[in-house]
Design a protein around this ligand. Sequence first.
Ligand SMILES: [Fe+2]
Length: 276
Amino acid sequence: MSGGLLSKNDLRARSELDEQGYTLIGGIDSDEDAERTLQDFGLLVPQYDGAVRNQVKAVPGYENYRYSKSVNTILVHSEAPGWNPPPRYLALHCRTQATCGGGHTDLVEAWPFVASLPADLRDQMRSQVVHWPGHNTAGVAGKGACAPMIQATGSGREIVRFSYNLLTRGHYDPPIDGASDLDALPLGQVGVALAERAAGFFAERRTRILIPERSILIWDNQRMFHARSAYRDSRRHLTRYWLAEDSPAEERTAERASADPTTTDSATRDRPGSGS
Ligand SMILES: [Fe+2]
């Protein structure tokens, strides 16, 4: 896989990733296989806890939270919107698949959703700056980024950030039950309206994937929204990876210029591909 000579399988995966925003690759038996395969798509980068691998498995203590280490539904979002830039690709390596009928990874492309919006909401996504926290429930990594939901890079490509939970509850991983203070939400009623529209669009248009064991699902996190369905099979176990792309210098410069000037996010600053 290495050395720049892509196999037929890699070329198929690359082309699917470009065309539909995601791809599934099979025959991945180990962490080493996963890393070798993913290196052809980008640079593996540290996640919230500083490690390049995150074990997505339900553990006690999060039963009442919409959090990756619970069995609960996680609603529409993009990964790590508080990173600057957010990881280009996300990858989930399935070690043990849920057999209860749940635990799907759901994907939908963001741009048709944006196109479906009335012009005023579309404009809000491009103009209203949101403070995106740089950490989740268990993570300690960064202090966040300030950026609109749709942001242009230096080369003109637009990238998307989104979190239903942040817009409606003010937190990435909120308790399932609990009230929200509208005044404390990032965009108040406008953000709630966008979140509800995104949830409706997602429910209608999502692609539902139950990742097979020994396979990796890779998707473009700057273009796709994702979510997870609830499950009961506590054996379910995935390993998550974040990948940065080796982006052109002009994109890195623009992304650095748009970083939150009030924070010094050492994890982001030191991350390969973050422009520093
Ligand atoms: Fe996620």
